[in-house]
Structures are given as structure tokens and as C-alpha cells.
Design a protein around this ligand. Structure first.
Ligand SMILES: [Fe+2]
Ligand SMILES: [Fe+2]
Length: 361
């Protein structure tokens, strides 16, 4: 036996003819670690310990033919990837085709010429190495794309959060409103999935995108001047008209951003939230005066979250309502202010809202 070398490839020669095994070993052993095996059954014994780089397989053998051996190899995921070359005395086209159909990569007829045998083996081992390298390369590429996408999403999220915070800082009266409404939306979304409500529509949504973009629903408030936004009392009619424009301004700003980043699905949600969260089911809301299901589902959901939060929050001119008081107002708004189906949905998870605001205070 010559010395073991880890870089040497392992080639298995399976043949019931001892002369072929001896001769094959003689030819191959200079370049490869050769395993000479007299039957298919013994091959599978060897495969329990050794993973060869290539198998040279005789077709006509007693007990188990080469065809049976290759079928068994290909059926087992741990051996299916080992390249197999058939060796046979048969030269008719039929058996050659059959061998290749079963997954052999090549077909060599006996008796073989030593240089030809070596060249063919060398070639196939090279192809296998390149196949593996290509696979690794593809996997690395996929991993790179995954990391890049993740970084991009992280960046997008942090920009979005910063913008939402900016809006919030200016409007110090409503501190925490953005975070809380996002939480209420989560309660409502979970309940929609559980109770199978408007499933067709929400199936199209990316939950994370939706929740994140909800944080921009009052984005347009950055365009409202301090005297109105921060007025320590109730707004008069004119001031209220200005305040209402935060919806259309929000849409305008997002439109502007979208011009530079087309096909951004989270901005689509954000725009809908900004533009429709003050619409009412009976058509008396703003800015569009949309009614019923003409109001996008995002807007109908946010209407409940937004009003609930305004009711339980302190304002310079009003005390916060208790959860029960706020809840009653929401439920009374069923079919007038709010989508009746969503109002019932809210009622079914109202205790979650109560627990959440209790934990906050
Ligand atoms: Fe708003
Ligand atoms: Fe709001």
C-alpha cells in the first residue's frame, strides 16, 4: 500500500471479475485511492464508511446487477450525488442508453485502454469539482443577496421610525400615539386571522410592512403650523379645516417619496393609512367623504385604533376617558363611524386593548 494522501480522490471499482479488479487497481492506483469491490452488496458495506468521488460499476454481476446497484444509489440522498460510470463488455446501444437513463454519467467498454480510462476519469472528476464549486458559488450569492436585502429592510425601517418619531416629537400632546395605534392594529389583525374576517384582503398584505407603515398615518401633521397643532384648547372651525388637511398632505409627501422609489409596497400601505384614516363608514368623514367598503380596509382599521387612542389620551382641554367609556363610544359608532364587521371584531378583543393601556400607565 502506498501512503495515504488526503487530496487524492477516492475511486471505487466494482466488478465480479478479479482480473478486471487487479488491472483497474494497477492503472488507477498511481493517481487515486482505489477500492476494489467484487459485488454490489459489498459496495454498500463500503459506502457505510467511505464516500467515494467516483464509482466505476460493472453491469453484469451475480446477486445484484449494476442496474440494480445504481437504482439503489440514486434512491438514497446520501449516495445519489456520487457520479457513476458503467463498465461493461456489452457494446450494444441499448444497454448504454439504459445505463445513462438510470443516472450514470458515462459508459466505458471493457477491455479499456489505460490512458483512455485515466483521461475519462480525470475529466469526470473535474466536472464534478466544478459542479460543486458552482453550487457553492450560487449558495454564496443567495446568502449575499439575503444579507443585502436584510440590511436594506433594516435601513428602511429605521428611516421610517425616525420620520414617525419626528412627527410625534412635534406633536408632543399625543406622545406615544404612533406606538399604541400600531399595537391596536396588531390586536385587530390577529383577531381577523383567527376569526377569518376579510381574509382575502389581508392575505395580500405583508404584516410587518403594514404595521410599520401605520406609523406614518399622521405624517401630514408635519405640515400643520404649531399654532394649530399645539393649540392648548379645542380648535375652531377654521383651524379644524386646516387640521383636516394633514390627511392629504400625508398622501402628497408619500407620493413625492414614491416618485423616487417606485414599487415600494410599504409606501402603498402608508399612503392609504395617511389618506383614509379619518373617513367614516357613513360617508361623513374626511378628506374624501368615502363610504362603506369604498374606504380601504387599512383606513377602516386605523379609524378604530386612532379614535380609541384619542379617547383614552389626555388633551389640554379634556380628561382621558376610561377604557370602558372609550369602548362604548367605539361600539356606538358601529355602522356610522366604523365598519360594522370591524366594530364587532374590536368588541371581541376589547379586553386586550384594556390590558394593554393598563400596563402602559
Ligand atoms: Fe390623523
Ligand atoms: Fe392618528
Amino acid at each position: 500500500m502506498e501512503e495515504q494522501d488526503n487530496s487524492r480522490k477516492k475511486v471505487v471499482l466494482v466488478d465480479d471479475n478479479i482480473t478486471i479488479l487487479t488491472m483497474g487497481n494497477f492503472i488507477l492506483n498511481e493517481k487515486y485511492d482505489v477500492f476494489t469491490i467484487p459485488s454490489g452488496i459489498k459496495l454498500f458495506k463500503l459506502l457505510e464508511k467511505v464516500v467515494p468521488d467516483l464509482i466505476l460499476l460493472d453491469i453484469e454481476m451475480p446477486e445484484m446487477t449494476g442496474y440494480e446497484v445504481i437504482k439503489k444509489l440514486k434512491a438514497d440522498p446520501s449516495t445519489a450525488g456520487i457520479p457513476v460510470i458503467f463498465l461493461t463488455a456489452k457494446t450494444d446501444m441499448g444497454s448504454e442508453l439504459e445505463g445513462l437513463t438510470l443516472g450514470a454519467i458515462d459508459y466505458l467498454s471493457k477491455p479499456f485502454s489505460p490512458p483512455l480510462l485515466l483521461k475519462r476519469i480525470e475529466l469526470h472528476l473535474l466536472v464534478e469539482t466544478q459542479k460543486r464549486e458552482l453550487l457553492n458559488f450560487n449558495n454564496n450569492l443567495l446568502e449575499m443577496v439575503r444579507v443585502k436585502t436584510e440590511t436594506l429592510l433594516d435601513m428602511q425601517n429605521s428611516i421610517l421610525k425616525t420620520v414617525a418619531d419626528l412627527v410625534e416629537y412635534r406633536d408632543e400632546i399625543t406622545g406615544g400615539h404612533v406606538e399604541r395605534t400600531r399595537k391596536y392594529l396588531e390586536f385587530l389583525l390577529d383577531a381577523m386571522v383567527e376569526q377569518k374576517i376579510y381574509l382575502d384582503e389581508i392575505a395580500e398584505w405583508d404584516r410587518e410592512f403594514l404595521l410599520q407603515s401605520s406609523q406614518l398615518h399622521d405624517l401630514g401633521k408635519i405640515s400643520i403650523r404649531d399654532a394649530i397643532l399645539l393649540k392648548p384648547g379645542k380648535l375652531d372651525a377654521d383651524e379644524f379645516e386646516v387640521m383636516k388637511s394633514h390627511t392629504v398632505f400625508g398622501v402628497k409627501i408619500i407620493d413625492e417619496i414614491e416618485k423616487h422609489t417606485p414599487e415600494n409596497s410599504f409606501l402603498t400601505h402608508a399612503k392609504i393609512f395617511a389618506g383614509t384614516h379619518h373617513e367614516k363608514w357613513n360617508g361623513t368623514g374626511y378628506p374624501g367623504g368615502l363610504a362603506g367598503k369604498d374606504i380601504p380596509l387599512q383606513g377602516r382599521l386605523m379609524a378604530i385604533a386612532d379614535v380609541y387612542d384619542a379617547l383614552i389620551s389626555v388633551r389640554p382641554y379634556k380628561k382621558p376617558l376610561t377604557h370602558e367609556e372609550a369602548s362604548n363610544i367605539i361600539i356606538e359608532g358601529k355602522g356610522t363611524h366604523f365598519d360594522p364587521v370591524l366594530t364587532d371584531l374590536y368588541a371581541s378583543v376589547a379586553d386586550k386593548f384594556a390590558r394593554f393601556i393598563n400596563d402602559q400607565s
